[in-house]
Design a protein around this ligand. Structure first.
Ligand code: AVI
Length: 330
């Protein structure tokens, strides 16, 4: 998978892939820098190796993890309104496309002709895009393997009539950024869709602590395996020697900051080596692995406005667990 020149004619059924992935050294640099901080931390994007992607799919099916099924129901239940909001002939750009399950609802309803999924997980991107091509023969697919948190100049394509670009960012993945990072990300999206372009974005809503604590510390322990898999990946890819049974998963909602925090807590005084460097852990000391920010509808609309979008539509579920915003680049 290599970057190719853009502006090539497309063909339905033939999936093209472009790669803008950072160098293999990047994970090493990021992990070493994060573990050297007073509050040790590792960026959440490194959860998603093959096993991490599988575990995340399992999380999405858990009874405690309401976001996936709730967002899917919101999309299905409001699809006619969403089609009207987007209008005809939209290029669909999906950030963090994963297994592209919710995308199918949109592609079917919008009769999308050009789909540009962007994901850091190369195997998932390839497998999902190829499966989608088999299902929608009218669809042109251009998969982009990239870290979408960084500004990305998306290629332009010829041969498919496009009236507007639609950015789709489901799953409340925007919550895994700090609000400042989310603002920067939304500004980048604003640039990519251009004036008049649209954004359809899923955002998890603030709610009671018990519901959120359970969603990120499920009874079956799948989220714990997802969190610990990060250490397994680092052991494998960076020659580290973390002992997984000497750490435990911790996740809790922090209401003052309006975010869930995930950590890996050291159970003992211990030492781990990563890429030849030594890291000491006190009992109870944690590696901070993820934040998942929750927003009220008004808070997120305000963030969108600051990034240059006008907040046109918002769809929610009857219990007000989750929101899907329709925004237009002003
Ligand atoms: C991908 N992201 C939106 C998930 C979330 O809810 O923040 C990741 C996740 N972490 C633990 N469970 C799910």
């Amino acid at each position: 998978m290599k970057p190719e020149p853009s502006a090539e004619p497309l063909a339905p059924g033939v999936v093209r892939f472009y790669s803008f992935l950072p160098s293999a050294d990047r994970i090493r640099e990021d992990v070493l820098a994060g573990l050297a901080l007073p509050q040790k931390s590792i960026p959440p994007k490194y959860f998603y190796d093959e096993q991490g992607c599988r575990l995340f799919e399992e999380i999405c099916e858990l009874p405690e993890y309401y976001p996936t099924r709730t967002e899917t129901a919101i999309l299905r239940g409001n699809i006619a309104d969403i089609v009207q909001f987007v209008g005809p002939d939209a290029e669909l750009i999906e950030y963090g496309s994963g297994v592209q399950a919710k995308t199918r609802i949109l592609i079917q309803a919008l009769q999308t002709r050009l789909y540009v999924p962007i994901d850091i997980a190369v195997e998932t991107l390839e497998a999902s895009s190829n499966a989608l091509a088999g299902r929608f023969p009218f669809l042109n697919i251009v998969g982009i393997c990239a870290d979408y948190a960084r500004p990305l100049a998306l290629p332009e394509f010829v041969g498919v009539p496009i009236r507007r670009k639609l950015a789709f960012f489901p799953g409340s993945t925007v919550g895994n950024f700090t609000p400042a990072e989310a603002l920067q990300f939304l500004k980048n999206v604003r640039r990519s869709v251009g004036t008049g372009g649209a954004l359809l974005i899923g955002v998890d809503l603030k709610k009671d602590k018990a519901t959120l604590d359970a969603a990120y510390a499920d009874a079956k322990g799948v989220t714990a395996r997802f969190n610990l898999n990060l250490l397994e990946r680092i052991n494998r890819e960076l020659g580290a020697d973390f002992q997984l049974n000497r750490f435990r998963h911790r996740a809790f909602y922090e209401p003052t900051q309006g975010r869930v925090e995930m950590h890996l807590e050291s159970l003992y005084s211990q030492i781990a080596h990563v890429a030849g460097r030594r890291f000491d852990f006190r009992p109870g000391e944690t590696i901070h692995t993820e934040i998942s920010c929750k927003y009220s509808i008004a808070e997120f609309q305000e963030l969108g406005k600051r990034a240059g979008f006008s907040a046109e539509k918002v769809w929610t579920d009857p219990e007000q667990l989750f929101s899907v915003h329709g925004m237009v680049a002003a």
